[in-house]
Design a protein around this ligand. Structure first.
Ligand code: FES
Ligand SMILES: [Fe+2]
Length: 428
């Protein structure tokens, strides 16, 4: 349970809000590289942290993220035309480059220097892996680029999708660190989903519905461990890293690719869920890739031509009561991603955390909120750089591991939780 003012602090990410300032300390995923597939392609509207912008790729392949609205009289530059090193507004032809600098005001005399004095807000946009990343903070404190393993493995070893979720970012992230719902909500998928099935760990998951949670501090955030009974004298641990501000990884299953999420606020009532799968040491197989594109695992199907899930709140997520009755799905909703999204959206755009009744399986969520709050306050009050900005903090992995009951999980799995190039994930 939170006080109303703490819920406000944690959920609001617009300009000048404490959590908004926190998010503006990091490189965050802005869009998928596939959205700007070639030089001078169509510009794309991007809303992040309640700011509306336009992303485009110029004639030389440079990426830019600039204010959506033209400096002249506020028209959306989405209607504009890319070409000859810039984006030209559709209304009166003013032209801007990827840094937001105005290059041409056609109505001005040839020798006018007026356009050199006009510049739109701009943020850097950098391609790493399948993702275009941006940094929306003070240019003077731009941190080094992100080092998350999933975007640095060779391109045939990873796959990234994104989906629009109609809820605040925090309740979405909280699902990513809440391992206890897996044995319930996703129980139908563990033995049937092509990207989950067959792992020995699934049986531990399904056999022990009372996981015990332990949380350890990490340099960049937390390691959240769910402990379930395994064979005599052993525990099965599923360990989820949380890297500030909103990166989480699902513990692996067998030799399946490892997956995870980056939860990025669009505004206070919507977020982008960037969803990835990668294998640290081998290419993804054609079958695995196809399954991801078909919406299995933690991915989803789409309304054609959009990043909105095909199953969404307007169609009750294509709820199938018969499948629920037969036990094929626990909630009647197909697919792990939309099972999560449907319940998180059902809480309302910003869940009222003053009414919660938390239990010990919510320990990870409680600690993550504390970490976020403390970091936002330390930044606001004393300018302290938050955890997770340093790229060293990104080199973590999730792990699934069976350990003797007397071993503390954090000491026994240090290596497993470190992203080491060329070394396979630790998985059961
Ligand atoms: S509003 Fe863009 S050129 Fe006039
Ligand atoms: Fe889930």
């Amino acid at each position: 349970m939170l006080k109303p003012e703490v819920n406000e602090l944690l959920t609001r990410t617009g300009p000048q809000s404490p959590m908004g300032e926190l998010f503006r300390q990091y490189w965050i995923p802005a869009l998928l590289a596939e959205e700007l597939p070639e030089n001078d392609c169509a510009p794309v509207r991007v809303k992040l942290l309640s700011e509306r912008m336009i992303a485009f790729r110029d004639s030389d392949g440079r990426y830019g993220l600039i204010d959506e609205f033209c400096a002249h009289r506020g028209v959306s530059l989405w209607f504009g035309k890319t070409g000859n090193g810039g984006l030209r507004c559709a209304y009166h032809g003013w032209k801007f480059d990827v840094t937001g600098q105005c290059l041409d005001v056609p109505s001005e005399p040839e020798d006018s220097i007026f356009c050199s004095k006009v510049k739109l807000t701009n943020y850097p946009l950098v391609k790493i892996g399948d993702v275009l990343w941006t940094y929306m903070g003070d240019p003077a404190t731009t941190p080094p680029l992100p080092e998350f393993e999933w975007v640095h493995v060779p391109s045939d070893q990873h796959y990234t999708s994104k989906r629009w979720q109609e809820s605040n970012w925090l309740q979405a992230l909280e699902g990513g660190i809440d391992s206890s719902h897996v044995s319930w909500l996703h129980s139908g998928g563990l033995n049937s989903d092509p990207l989950f099935k067959g792992a020995k760990g699934n049986q531990y998951n399904l056999n022990d519905l009372k996981p015990h949670f332990e949380v350890a501090d990490a340099e960049g955030g937390l390691f959240i461990a769910a402990r379930r009974n395994a064979e005599e004298g052993h525990y099965y641990w599923r360990i989820t890293p949380f890297v500030m501000p909103s990166f989480t990884m699902v513990p692996p299953r067998g030799d399946h690719p490892v997956h995870g999420h980056f939860w990025v606020p669009i505004d206070d009532e919507n977020c982008w869920v960037f969803t990835f799968d990668y294998h640290p040491v081998r290419p993804l197989s054609a079958d695995e890739l196809q399954a991801m594109k078909d919406g299995y695992g933690v991915h989803n199907q789409y309304v054609p031509g959009t990043y909105r899930p095909l199953q969404n709140k307007d169609n009750d997520y294509l709820m199938d009561r018969e499948a629920q009755k037969r036990g094929e799905t626990f909630s009647g909703v197909w697919g792990i991603a939309i099972q999560d999204a449907s319940l998180q959206e059902s809480m309302g755009p910003i869940v009222d955390r003053t009414k919660e009744r938390l239990v010990p399986t919510d320990t990870g969520i409680i600690k993550a909120r504390q970490k976020l709050r403390k970091s936002a306050e330390a930044l606001r009050d004393a300018g302290v750089q938050p955890p997770g900005v340093d790229p060293d903090h990104h080199r973590v992995r999730s792990a699934a591991i069976v350990l003797p009951t007397d071993l503390p999980f954090i000491e026994a799995s240090r290596e497993a939780l470190t992203a080491t190039p060329g070394v396979a994930q630790t998985s059961v």
